[in-house]
Design a protein around this ligand. Structure first.
Ligand SMILES: [Fe+2]
Length: 445
């Protein structure tokens, strides 16, 4: 006997209660509400043959983007394989994708999820995980296009439709379709008020367009959904702090760091990245952040994830360099060199993470020209690092600040202009104005 989830996907279990728990746990995961782990763990203890339950547990671990979670994810996949029940074709296919990812091959896992979703576009766990991998791998257009592929299989009558729209909103935002992204994101939140990924997508639109006032209002309006007991609480506080920074409200940003971004005992690696990025942005603005770097650098060391994810390594490098932790930085660079030498290594270390980490070290040492020499070649290929435009903006910001402090004023001005390229909507009217201005400039030349 089998049961189906709310989207009609077959789940291998003989217990109706397990199927209900699957839907509840996936809803928690979709909205990043805590604690999906606590929701599914007792169910699996009661029903160890529940294949989709084990896959859900493995998926939520991998979706944290924390390399420390790979081993427990593999254990969950082993439990799924040991089930006395026969897996469905969907479960077999998803299992293979998650195993590749948990083995450290996120690209291979992503490729398998890519095919899996063509056959199973209503597998919401797979869709969310593929979306997460797209973000981690820097597959920017796939953040939009993967959701576009799946959408025809969904309708407003689906209870989880809002979550699909939330992912679509973020994909549209990362592909610079800001008006569409904001419209879809706000609609997603109206359907699912606790969809903090959709809240986050609208926050990104405001960040990219320099609309700090709108962004702060939006975050306050939706605060109840994301502020506490949510997997995106740290990251959404980070976004709110960036909005305050853009208004020059340094004390407010620092207060948000102390209140909600500084690593809690349960913080994952991505939380440490947000903490590093916020302190670095404050320092770039000349703010003294006191001893905060020391505790953050120590936390990076104990997290022990160097050389596993380039995006994390760059943020660890920021913290280690700023704290003056030379031994920690040496460990990180050795791990990065090993990662770059791995067969089939992605360009994230050789082309981005390692030179960017050296550039950060040079910046801290006051070697601004050396920082620029290392960092300027990174900027065109920074997408290989993964993450969002707003997160990778940290590298361009660092180059801008190095140029300013090093007396390279034309470069500093150009980089500032580059960072503000999206601050006005590129409407047809504006395009016409720019075109007229361009023709006038040519006629004057
Ligand atoms: Fe974000």
């Amino acid at each position: 006997m089998t049961f189906k989830d709310l989207r009609g996907e077959t789940l291998s279990t003989v217990h109706a209660a397990s199927a209900m728990a699957y839907d509840h746990t996936l809803d928690l995961l979709n909205s990043f509400r805590a604690d999906p782990l606590a929701a599914i763990t007792p169910v699996l203890a009661q029903d160890p043959d529940f294949i989709s339950g084990h896959l859900l547990l493995a998926g939520m671990m991998l979706g944290t983007y924390d390399p420390n979670m790979n081993a427990p994810a593999l254990a969950s996949l082993d439990n799924a394989a040991a089930s006395a029940l026969a897996p469905t074709a969907r479960e077999q296919s998803l299992h293979a994708a998650l195993r590749a990812w948990a083995d450290g091959d996120m690209i291979g896992g992503s490729r398998r999820l890519d095919r899996h979703l063509i056959d199973h576009p209503r597998d919401l766990l797979a869709l969310q995980l593929a979306h997460t991998a797209d973000l981690a791998l820097g597959y920017t257009t796939m953040l939009r296009d993967r959701i576009a592929r799946a959408l025809p299989a969904w309708s407003e009558s689906d209870a989880s439709y809002g979550y699909v729209l939330g992912m679509q909103a973020f994909g549209l935002e990362e592909c610079f379709a800001y008006d569409q992204a904001e419209e879809v994101g706000r609609r997603a939140v109206s359907l699912q008020p606790h969809d903090t990924w959709a809240v986050h997508a609208v926050a990104h639109v405001c960040e990219m367009q320099g609309r700090a006032d709108d962004g702060i209002q939006w975050m306050n309006e939706t605060r109840g959904a994301w502020e506490a007991n949510n997997g995106l609480a740290v990251h959404n506080h980070w976004h709110l702090a960036l909005m305050h920074l853009s208004r020059g409200e340094h004390a407010a940003a620092l207060a948000l760091y102390d209140k909600a971004v500084a690593p809690a005992p349960t913080a994952l690696a991505l939380d440490l990245a947000d903490a590093s990025a916020l302190l670095w942005r404050l320092v770039m603005r000349g703010v003294d952040v006191g001893p905060r770097w020391l505790s953050l650098a120590q936390r990076w060391r104990t997290q022990g994830v160097f050389g596993a994810v380039g995006f994390l390594d760059v943020h660890a490098a920021i913290s280690l360099a700023a704290a003056g932790d030379r031994e920690g930085m040496a460990q990180l660079m050795r791990a990065g060199a090993d990662a770059a030498a791995r067969p089939g290594a992605f360009a994230e270390w050789s082309a981005v993470a390692m030179p960017a980490s050296e550039a950060i070290t040079a910046m801290v040492a006051g070697e601004h020209t050396r920082c620029l020499d290392l960092l300027m070649p990174v900027l065109p290929v920074a997408q290989a690092l993964g993450g969002s435009h707003a997160q990778r903006d940290l590298l361009t910001l660092t180059a801008q600040e190095a140029a300013q402090r090093g007396g390279h004023h034309a470069l500093a001005s150009a980089l500032k202009s580059q960072r503000q390229v999206h601050h006005l909507p590129f409407t047809p009217q504006r395009s016409a104005v720019l075109s007229r201005a361009s023709r006038r400039a040519i006629s004057l030349a």
